[in-house]
Design a protein around this ligand. Structure first.
Ligand code: PMP
Length: 394
């Protein structure tokens, strides 16, 4: 039998991506996820990981994972609703509820699934979805999956949100990222809470990039804005970023959790998170809430401040952000690729983010900082960027 032939439409789509400098591929990393990473035969200082607190390679968490694998095994074996919900999942859910002040928490294996689950379960032909234009793809996909009327308001623009909301005749679901993943800026959460309350809409906040990194005991963007569990119907967070592990959760009321348990298909029809991972996330949460967590947040804040000070000398603007995500707005994809390649040449890993991940003509260098970076390493990044930009201008 001859092998399957690649269809012409597929080859054409790939060619188009290449021609537009938008072709994506994976690169193999052969070291732990720390600030120094090995790719091929070279070590790089990395500024592109979401391991914001530097916990992915933390000795205590590695030990916890290994101990938990011995205690619980490596797989949960079934979905939460069959027999995959172990006592360690229950303990983690309760610890997260206590941390954030919610009645209930549900666990998911990824943040992508958590967002698909919540939005697709809540929205329907009778309940529209309204969300920020720059929300994460998983929230957008949840809205598409629901088949509901779906509108997007201008980024962080509460007036635009209000106009759209008033144009819809039934209350629905308002959703926003807490910290935007490709921009690093924070949503205007307090006015969005007021808007949702006033019109009796449900509010979903995805704080994948704020939880752990900011707020009292790392309670994220909501805490920073003086809000709490009473204000946000569904709070989503991930464990693959500041927590340094993997997975995600949704926090809500008891009734809302019961509703998701009946109707959220990406919750029901999938294997529960590995119990060893659940145990490690629990240890990570304890660390995040501890003095060590606080010190790590302070270290991260110092790095952010330093980078922003030094960036004043660069020809490209930094986007307005006080989070660990510090994107430099370049514009054209090939220019962004060029700067990323120059950094790689100098031993620094920092990826160009291009359309369709970001809007056309807003390609950027997404610099992410970690508490695990040393002051000297952040200075080195800044010196290297200075040198690259000086070379270009000469
Ligand atoms: N929400 C946001 C805002 C994200 O940035 C991401 C991941 N990049 C996700 C959800 C998905 O989370 P996960 O990686 O756990 O699937």
């Amino acid at each position: 039998m001859p092998p399957f032939k690649t269809p012409a439409w597929m080859l054409k789509a790939l060619d188009e991506r290449r021609e537009q400098h938008l072709f994506r591929s994976t690169q193999v990393v052969s070291s732990p996820q720390t600030t120094w990473m090995r790719q091929g035969d070279r070590r790089y200082l990395s500024f592109c990981s979401n391991d914001y607190l530097g916990l992915a390679n933390h000795p205590h968490l590695k030990q916890t994972l290994s101990d938990a694998a011995h205690q619980y095994g490596v797989g949960s074996g079934a979905s939460h609703l069959v027999c995959g919900h172990l006592d360690i999942h229950e303990r983690l859910e309760q610890a997260l509820s206590g941390w954030l002040g919610y009645e209930r928490v549900l666990l998911f294996s990824t943040g992508y699934m958590a967002n698909l689950a919540v939005i697709s379960a809540l929205a329907s032909k009778q309940r529209p979805v309204l969300m920020d234009k720059l929300n994460h793809a998983s929230l957008i996909d949840g809205a598409r999956l629901s088949g509901a009327t779906f509108k997007r308001y201008l980024h962080n623009d509460v007036d635009s949100a209000q106009k759209h909301l008033q144009s819809l005749d039934q209350p629905g679901v308002l959703a926003t990222d807490g910290i935007f993943s490709m921009d690093g800026d924070r949503a205007p959460l307090a006015p969005l809470v007021s808007l949702a309350r006033e019109h009796e809409w449900l509010l979903v906040v995805d704080d994948a990039h704020g939880l752990g990194c900011m707020g009292h005991e790392g309670r994220g963007a909501i805490d920073l804005e003086g809000l709490s569990a009473q204000d946000v119907s569904f709070l989503m967070g991930t464990f693959g970023k500041a927590f340094g592990v993997a997975g995600a959760f949704v926090a809500c009321s008891q009734d809302m959790a019961d509703y998701l348990t009946q109707f959220a298909r990406p919750y029901i029809y999938t294997t529960a998170m590995s119990p060893a991972i659940a145990a490690t996330v629990l240890a990570s949460l304890e660390l995040i809430r501890s003095d060590e967590g606080q010190q790590r947040r302070e270290q991260l804040a110092n790095h952010i401040q330093l980078l922003r000070q030094r960036s004043a000398a660069w020809p490209y603007p930094m986007m307005p952000s006080d989070s660990a995500i510090q994107p430099m707005l370049i514009g054209q994809s090939d220019d962004a690729l060029h700067i990323s390649a120059a950094l790689a040449e100098a031993g620094i890993l920092c990826k160009a983010i291009r359309p369709p991940t970001v809007p056309p003509n807003t390609a950027r260098l997404r610099i992410t900082l970690s508490a695990e970076h040393t002051h000297g390493e952040v200075v080195h990044l800044c010196d290297t960027l200075d040198a690259i930009f000086n070379d270009v201008s000469e």
